[in-house]
Design a protein around this ligand. Sequence first.
Ligand SMILES: *Cc1c(COP(=O)(O)O)cnc(C)c1O
Length: 240
Amino acid sequence: MTDAPQTIAQRLQEVRGRLSDACHVAGRDPAGVTLVAVSKGQPAQAIRDAYAAGQRDFGENYVQEWQVKAQALADLTDLRWHFVGHLQRNKVKLVVGNVFLLHSADDMAGIGELARVAWSRGVRQDVLLQVNLAQEASKRGCTEAEADEFVQVLCRSPGLRLLGLMTLPPVEDDPQQARPWFAQLRGLRDRLAAQWQDQPGVPVEWSLSMGMSGDFSAAIAEGATHVRIGTAIFGSRTYT
Ligand SMILES: *Cc1c(COP(=O)(O)O)cnc(C)c1O
């Protein structure tokens, strides 16, 4: 690549261009894909710069880091926080009701705690069910086989609203190799939607949160409704 864009605004514009190209190729409306700018490891000022360039959806992975930034950016009242990392049970109360969408409902105990806290506060937290398609030990989420049970539990929890699925596929060298994983999540979504369509609380339109800096075009080709993009917007960071 020549002349990589330097500022956050330029990088953001470049990512938006690639996102709409991918939608065009897939015959999809770009309005159906939410770009979540994953700002972990980045200072509040970087988020402010992206906000100034029109970005509104931001993703964070670590509760303490997010809280510090949320405080520093409290004046940006229409900023939408997405929580995309594993949420420890003892931190659930800090997050429930304070994020627009939790992408990482990933185990039964955590979901129970989420539901309990949301119910006790009288709020309804929007969540995605994280699926560990390759059953990697290093990743969180239910298996495909467990997904039905998780969907039922989420739909029966009054404090939670299930909106769809999220995945973090195995790291591949070539982004095209990630595409079968995205197709698999889409297939799971189709199966779950058909299986549970009469169940109260089941999503009408299921979201699919999949695709990151290296592979979001392939994810869009397979139906991603949310892409989570960090380094392509903010540049490199010191941790994952
Ligand atoms: C860090 C992270 C991203 C963004 O990754 P990039 O490769 O920097 O785009 C997306 N999703 C999750 C869950 C992450 O932890």
